[in-house]
Design a protein around this ligand. Sequence first.
Ligand SMILES: [Zn+2]
Length: 123
Amino acid sequence: MIERINFPIPYPTLVTCPFCIKGCVACSDGAIEIDHKEAWAQIQRPHVIKFLADNIETVSRELANLFNCNPTINTRNNIHKEDGKWTLLEMTTSEGSVWIAVPIEKRKPEYFYSESEMNRWLV
Ligand SMILES: [Zn+2]
């Protein structure tokens, strides 16, 4: 069974009258107004996930603004390679992670957009 998530419906809202038959006494025009805060709609979780995936940039920006969810930057480790010493940083955002190898000597840093790409560089 697909998990469902409850969301409050906007109110007041008009819904198609579920009782409508000839001479309906529940409504006058085929619609019923719901005007209270306790009305909820069940949304299938995959639809919620799809919405988040399709709108990740906007969602990420709003999360940062509303909940102060800023990227985290951690020092992963310091490494010695044949060409010198490097500090490996991991930057994580709600959209994913990037890894940056910063050389101790004056050279350009290396950027990795996947962990496997970084691991290949480490070998
Ligand atoms: Zn009706």
